[in-house]
Design a protein around this ligand. Sequence first.
Ligand SMILES: C[S@@+](CC[C@H](N)C(=O)[O-])C[C@H]1O[C@@H](n2cnc3c(N)ncnc32)[C@H](O)[C@@H]1O
Length: 371
Amino acid sequence: MSEPTPFEIFLVATPGLEAGLRDEAVERGFADVTLIDGGVALTGGWPDVWRANLELRGPTRVLVRIASFRVMHLAQLDKRSRKVPWGAFLKPDTPVMVEASCRKSKIYHAGAAAQRVATAIKEELGAPIRDDAELRVMVRIEDDLATISIDTSGESLHKRGHKEAVNRAPMRETMASMFLRQCGFAGVEPVLDPMCGSGTFVIEAAEIATGLKPGRTRSFAFEQLVGFDAAAWQAMKAAAIPASSELRFHGSDRDAGAVAMSRENAERAGVSGITSFTELDIADLTRPDGPPGLVIINPPYGTRIGDKSALQALYAQFGKVMKQRFKGWRIAIITTDAGLAKQTGLPFDPPSAPVLHGGLRVTLWQTRPLR
Ligand SMILES: C[S@@+](CC[C@H](N)C(=O)[O-])C[C@H]1O[C@@H](n2cnc3c(N)ncnc32)[C@H](O)[C@@H]1O
């Protein structure tokens, strides 16, 4: 039997975190990995699509490109959409939704474009079109080039499936893991987040150290596609055997609710044995026993006028505690405000490029091991 033709797979990145995602895909052995606008392209077959969803920590979703053609007007989109081999991907009895976006193109009405493609799917394949369908076809028209993709992830990949409790301003798991990577974290040193909120950094770090796959407990949209082989997928998941770690991953927060939430999340993620969470104000933080590692925090930024002086004091306090008690540790801080980062008085390297986080632009500041 001949090998199936590989197709183009696209990993959608958080804006600003594309390069780390490319490095992760290369490290994980994917083929033809290329950095492109908005994410990372690679080639492969269905097992690569499943593995990208299961193993990669950085993408927000994994798309499969199924067609690409030039279009100048809606009638042409209608005609060309009817020629797409929908039946090679979608099942006639599985509902789909269609979303479109248009940029710098003669077709400028995204709603009309989505409707043409939806009609083609309904009439050529017979699949029902539903706005609330779990399976999503995405049409992107840019410079008069239409690209049609299927979203193989479903819910955004930052939803790991085992993290239910979140606080008010959680860091997305996809971003947290890419920031850990930017800090050079490879799972072989302890991590401490003394403003841990729902525990995102600590749990991601513990999972990386033990080789737990981020997608191990959730479902994916690809399970509804034609190429899905349930037995092969189960075998792929079962082959991923987590390792043990001698390291410890610590979180603390002054808010008792946040600490309880982090513990529950760690329990569900299966990392409660190597994580600890403590209710503690930053002023009372002490250095954990054992080797030095990475302190990483995402402190409050304060978007309201009047917050500023309290925040300056908080950042300054954090810096003081680090300098006094954390010699040998690297310190990383993610914040919107360069002035606040500087309040810490820590010897930061030049900051990273800004990353979009909940409508704000955040930057990673990091130090070398403190002396
Ligand atoms: C932006 S949230 C962190 C979110 C976290 N990265 C997550 O993913 O859930 C900031 C956290 O800092 C904590 N915090 C603020 N001031 C603190 C202090 N003085 N000591 C310890 N924690 C503090 C808050 O309780 C809050 O949980």
